[in-house]
Each structure stands twice: as structure tokens, then as C-alpha cells.
Design a protein around this ligand. Structure first.
Ligand SMILES: Cc1ncc(COP(=O)(O)O)c(C=O)c1O
Length: 445
């Protein structure tokens, strides 16, 4: 078992978020006339589903501040969604709505006094948020041999050292950055340890609906009394910029919801009214939303498989993802050759791939991994999701998403993967970019 790390926390050491920093360098290269594939930012390539957009349009004139906990109709739609999808026995009183799940995570860290446990690789913002608030963080490194999943024995070992310590563990599945998830029995085994030590789990299920087979299962099924389920519109509804996230609490943690709501009332007051009305439509779901998800999942699954094929052909290790839109390859098998080319850390690897292959991506270090581990996160999102979806929609329902479809509709991603492969093989055979430079876009979190 690998050693855990405790972070020393100090806001003064904080820089720009890794995602934003990489995005700014990519923008600079684009301004210089280079073509850069944008595999750095984890933004959904798909549009917001049409009925949800219609609802936003219909509610554009709503201008009053809403309740700090969120619109009751929306909280009920979210509760009903979790009853339907996750078997939770919850009602609107258990739900808190905010401008993004990221904001809710921050509020949680402000009000909860315990240690934050992060299995790594972990999403880029969890640890910096704890750092801002001054919370103690325990990083628990997961292993590629275990599909980058947290092993219950690792959690047991951590808890046994100080069984009485209050803890919140953030479990994110399908995972950003690996795309991996947990089986039902694996969730049950983790739940058993959490229950024994009273660990609260923040289950970050923002990619739940993007499980490729639509088979996402929440750990709340196994540990309802200790699970806060996090969701939102950003990923499965393609609406990151709308800023809407939700937490659903068990009755035993109502005090946390109340404490977070009082901090919210002194900070952002309430979430955008028109967005909340539109979100009711998204959480209620229905045929059109299901159809949208079915198309998105099929495109993402096929693209992940084709992209992974390029990385495997380059001799890299990479998990077959179960959902979301990421790959997390490990270049460790080529450490010797890379060292001869002056690459010894994931930061150097990411910088060289950006400068020499024109591919913006993120180093494993941003996800809490050791600096000299040669891992990277690729977000397979640089394509026109609206066009790809419309093209798939126009085909017979049983038509497979084959290579030709991907070459036509997701070309920038596949070109980027080919450039990564060529660069890995020696650097000289870098494939010439085929696209004209795009105008710069604003960086997003
Ligand atoms: C794993 C994970 N959790 C949470 C978020 C935050 O999402 P939002 O604040 O848009 O709800 C993101 C966004 O990138 C994410 O990847």
C-alpha cells in the first residue's frame, strides 16, 4: 500500500487553478497562429437539451430573488429524480440548490469541521478549496492496477489510525479524470467501512448520467444515512455556464444543510431564478431528455474507445472508461525514453505535448498525483457536439457509431490523439494539424 500524504495548507501558495493556467497557455499559442486541440477543459461538447432551453426562454423575465435553499418546485424535482434514479427516500427539504456544485463543495468545507479524505486521482478543485478554508486533507493514492479505485482496505487503514476523527470523503464516479466507476459490490464494501467509522461521504455524481450504458449506481443505495449526493446541470445537461448544482442530504445531516444555507445567505443569496425554473424541466426528465442522453452516451463511448486505441498503440497504459469524457493515460512504461528527451514529470510532459504536438491537456499532478508520475488527463470534448448529435439522430436507431462517423464528427479529438501517439513514438513524426486557428474562447473552470 502506498503512503498517504497530508497537505500543508496555506492560501498564499495558491496559484491559478491548473485548468485555467493550461487554458491560458493554449490561448497564447492560438494567438500566435498555432492550432491547438483543446483537451484540457472538461466542458461538455453537447448543447443543452432543447426542452430545457425552451423553459429558460419562457422564464427569462423572472427577476425576484428566490429562497436561499432553492426554488421549492426545483428541490422537489431533484428529490423526485433521486427517488427514481437512486432509490433515495428523500423530499424537497433534503435538497440544497446553488450556483454550481463546486460552490456547494466549498460551502461544505466552510461549515464541516472534519478532515477531508480524497482518493487520488481526484478532481482539481477539491484540495485547493480545503486549502482556502484551512482544512486538513488526507490524500489516499489509488493504484492503476485497481482501476484507480479506492480500495476499502485503504480507507480502513486510514480510519483505524484515529477512529474518532470526523471525516468527509469525496467519492467521484464516473471519475474525472479516469472515467472509471465502481460496481455495486465495490460500493457496498466501501459503504461498510464508512458506516463502521461514521465517515460522511460526499458522492460526486455529476457524471452519473454519462455512464456509457446508463447503469450508474449511487453509493447512497448502500449507505443512505451517511451519503450526500452531488449533482448538477453542468455535465449531463451540457450547461456548465448556467451554474446550477444540487446536494441531497440524508435526514441525519440536515444540520449541515442548514449551516450551508446560512453561509449561502450571507454570500450569494440565491441561485439565478430563470436557471432554476429551467432546471425543473431537466430534472423531471422525460422522453426528449432520455433521447438526448442516449445519443450523448453512444458518441462518448465510441470516441473514448477509439481514442484509447491510439494511446494503447503508443504503448501507454490507460483504463477503459465506463463513463464521462476523460482518459487518464500513464506514460510510466516509457519513462526511460522520456527522461532522455528531458521529460521527468507530468507537468513537463503536459507542457511538451502542448508546445510540440499542439494538444492542451492536464498533468496528473493537478489531480493530486506525485509530480514524477507520468500521468495526464485528456478531455475528449473538442468537437461540435450539436452537429454530432444531430447526425446520429438522423441515422437508424441501431446503426453503430463506427470509425467513419467519428472521423467525420469528432475529427479534432482523433487528430489530437494521433499527434500524441506520434510525439510519444519519437517526436519527429508529429502529424500536421489540419484545422485553421479558432478565435480564442474565455477560459472556464
Ligand atoms: C468531478 C467534478 N465535480 C464537480 C464539478 C463542478 O461542477 P459545477 O460546479 O459546474 O456543478 C466538476 C466540473 O468540472 C467536476 O468535474
Amino acid at each position: 500500500m502506498h503512503t498517504r500524504q497530508h497537505l500543508n495548507l496555506n492560501v498564499r501558495g495558491l496559484g491559478l487553478s491548473a485548468t485555467v493556467a493550461s487554458s491560458e497557455r493554449a490561448e497564447q499559442l492560438i494567438r500566435e497562429g498555432r492550432t491547438v486541440a483543446r483537451l484540457g477543459l472538461g466542458q461538455s461538447p453537447f448543447p443543452v437539451p432543447a426542452p430545457v432551453v425552451e423553459e429558460l426562454r419562457a422564464n427569462a423575465s423572472r427577476k425576484a430573488y428566490l429562497a436561499v435553499r432553492g426554488l421549492e418546485e426545483l428541490r422537489e424535482a431533484v428529490a423526485e429524480y433521486h427517488r427514481r434514479r437512486n432509490g433515495l427516500a428523500c423530499r424537497h427539504d433534503d435538497v440544497l440548490v446553488a450556483p454550481g456544485s463546486k460552490e456547494l463543495m466549498f460551502l461544505l468545507q466552510v461549515v464541516y469541521y472534519g478532515e477531508l479524505v480524497l482518493p487520488t486521482p481526484a478532481w482539481v478543485s477539491y484540495a485547493p478549496q480545503a486549502q482556502i478554508v484551512g482544512r486538513r486533507v488526507a490524500l489516499v493514492p489509488c493504484q492503476p492496477s485497481n482501476g484507480w479505485r479506492l480500495d476499502p482496505a485503504q480507507l480502513e487503514e486510514l480510519c483505524r489510525e484515529d477512529p474518532g476523527r470526523p471525516r468527509i470523503l469525496i467519492l467521484n464516479y464516473p471519475s474525472n479524470p479516469t472515467g472509471g466507476t465502481y460496481s455495486s459490490s465495490e460500493l457496498a464494501a466501501l459503504a461498510e467501512v464508512m458506516r463502521r467509522y461514521g465517515v460522511v461521504v460526499l458522492s460526486d455524481e455529476i457524471y452519473g448520467e454519462l455512464h456509457f450504458r446508463g447503469e450508474h449506481e449511487s453509493i447512497a443505495r448502500h449507505y443512505p444515512e451517511g451519503t450526500i449526493v452531488s449533482s448538477g446541470l453542468s455535465k449531463w445537461c451540457g450547461a456548465g455556464g448556467w451554474r446550477l448544482g444540487t446536494f441531497t442530504f440524508p435526514a441525519s445531516l440536515r444540520w449541515l444543510l442548514e449551516a450551508m444555507a446560512s453561509v449561502a445567505s450571507e454570500t450569494y443569496t440565491s441561485t439565478s431564478a430563470p436557471i432554476q425554473y429551467a432546471a425543473v424541466r431537466a430534472f423531471r426528465g422525460g422522453m426528449q431528455v432520455e433521447r438526448y442522453l442516449w445519443l450523448a452516451r453512444r458518441i462518448l463511448a465510441a470516441l473514448a474507445e477509439a481514442s484509447r486505441g491510439e494511446l494503447l498503440a503508443a504503448g501507454l497504459d490507460v483504463l477503459a472508461p465506463a463513463g464521462a469524457f476523460y482518459l487518464f493515460p500513464d506514460f510510466g512504461g516509457r519513462r526511460g525514453e522520456l527522461a532522455r528527451r528531458g521529460v521527468r514529470t507530468s507537468d513537463e510532459l503536459a507542457a511538451r505535448l502542448l508546445d510540440e504536438a499542439g494538444v492542451a491537456l492536464l498533468p496528473g499532478s493537478a489531480f493530486g498525483r506525485a509530480p514524477d508520475e507520468l500521468t495526464l488527463r485528456l478531455a475528449l470534448v473538442d468537437f461540435d457536439g450539436a452537429k454530432a448529435m444531430a447526425a446520429l439522430e438522423a441515422r437508424p436507431a441501431d446503426a453503430p457509431v463506427e470509425r467513419e462517423f467519428l472521423e467525420h464528427h469528432c475529427r479534432p479529438v482523433l487528430d489530437a490523439l494521433r499527434r500524441v501517439r506520434a510525439w510519444t513514438a519519437g517526436g519527429e513524426a508529429v502529424v500536421q494539424p489540419v484545422r485553421a486557428p479558432e478565435p480564442a474562447r474565455e477560459p472556464v473552470p
